[in-house]
Structure formats: C-alpha cells, structure tokens
Design a protein around this ligand. Structure first.
Ligand code: IYR
Length: 227
C-alpha cells in the first residue's frame, strides 16, 4: 500500500504558499481586520430573512480549514434549516435552559448574566434561517475501530473561531449558544457515538431594531502583558 518509490504517491511536503508583505501593508491589514472584528457582536434577535444559497458552505469550509491536533479535523457541522427540525431544537433547548435558569444556575452566574438579559426562552433557535450545530469528535471511527483524536477541545474551539470570523466577514450575524448538557442535541440530530455537542450557532440577519448589550472590552494594556 505504502510504496515510497510510487511516482503517484502524494508528496509528504509541499512548498508553503506565502506572500511577504511590507511592514506598512501588514499594519494596514492588521488594523483593517481589527476594525472589522470590533463590530462583531453576539446577536440574540434574528430576522427570518433567508440566507443566500451557498454562503454557509463557504463559511463552514473556512472553519474546516482550521489547524487541529495531528490534523484529525475532529469536527462536524450540522446545518439545520428546516422549520420542523428548528422547532424541535428550540423545544429541546428551552427544556434544558428552563432547568438551568431554575435549578442549576448559581447566584453569581445569575448576576453575571443579568447585563445580557438572557432567559430560558430561545426564540432565536427558530427565527434564525439556519442553526449550525457543531460537534466534537472525541475519537475517530473506522467501522468498529476507535482511532485516537488529540486536543479536540482546542481544535474545535479554533474551528469555531474561524467560523465566526467567516460569518461576520460575509455580513451575517451569529450567536455562540451553549445549552448544557448537550446530550439532547446528539440524540435529536442522530449523531454517531463518537460525537459530542460542542455549540449551537444560530446564523442570519439581525431583526429590525435589534439591540445588543452595551459591553466594554478590556483594554489592550489589560490583556497584552510584556515582561
Ligand atoms: N446557556 C444559557 C446561559 C448563558 C451562559 C453564559 I456563560 C452566557 O454567556 C450566556 C448565557 C443561555 O444561553 O441562556
């Protein structure tokens, strides 16, 4: 199977594609991206406007290009767009969230969420034209064989970061929603046994008059330390 003399065998290493920019161009681009991402916000009020065909696939392809432990790419992105499944999803999410807000939430957590105005009600799961359910593969499956995956939390976290940037750059808004626990998601979307729910990402356009919490980001001096 593995024949090092095979002329059709793909090369193990290929030249890097890289364009060296001038310092000024680098700075310009870094500032441009900073400005663009500074306007990204988590949105909880969605219009029902549909998405342009093919747009989510482009964004998900960007996410799937993220680096991952040993290049195992331990993620799946399930796009839910049909109304009946979104309705089921909303009901299941709200059942979990009702329990969270009634029983599991701590006093500190409740007061930390107060500025965001969140409640157990999650109309965005139904209103958004698409919900991307992201799954983390704890291991690979080849038939009945378990194959190891590595650093899956980090890998899927990076992929979701890529996804959020791609969605924002494409002019969409999104929410990183983490109902917990997420077993219901694995069941509802019939995922294989090696997959765990990682995040639900409603995607679309903001509702008319959409507001977001008036948040303050930490200053650069608070987060970038030198020694
Ligand atoms: N998952 C709940 C609670 C929640 C938790 C955090 I941390 C947030 O930043 C926002 C919400 C919910 O979605 O309401």
């Amino acid at each position: 199977m593995f024949d090092p003399a095979d002329p059709h065998r793909p090369a193990r290493f290929v030249p890097l594609t890289h364009t060296r920019l001038t310092a000024a161009e680098s700075l310009r681009r870094a500032r441009e991206l900073r400005g663009e991402l500074a306007t990204r916000r988590s949105v909880r009020h969605f219009s029902r406007d549909p998405l342009p065909p093919g747009l989510l696939d482009e964004c998900i392809a960007t996410a799937a290009g993220a680096p991952s432990g040993a290049n195992k790419q331990p993620w799946s992105f399930v796009v839910v767009e049909d109304a009946p499944t979104k309705q089921l999803l909303r009901l299941a999410v709200e059942e979990e969230e009702r329990r969270f807000y009634r029983e599991r939430i701590t006093d500190a957590w409740r007061s930390d969420l107060e500025p965001l105005g969140t409640t157990w009600e999650k109309p965005f799961v139904e209103d958004a034209p698409a919900v991307i359910a992201v799954f983390r593969q704890t291991h690979g499956l080849e038939g009945d064989r378990r194959l190891p995956h590595y650093y899956t939390q980090e890998s899927v976290g990076i992929a979701v970061g890529f996804l959020l940037v791609a969605l924002h750059h494409a002019g969409l808004v999104a929410l990183t929603h983490t109902p917990a626990p997420m077993e219901f998601l694995e069941r509802l979307l019939q995922r294989p046994r090696n997959e765990r729910g990682f995040m639900l990402i409603p995607v679309g356009y903001p509702a008319e008059g959409c507001v977001v919490p008036n948040l303050v980001r930490k200053s650069l001096d608070e987060v970038r330390l030198r020694r």
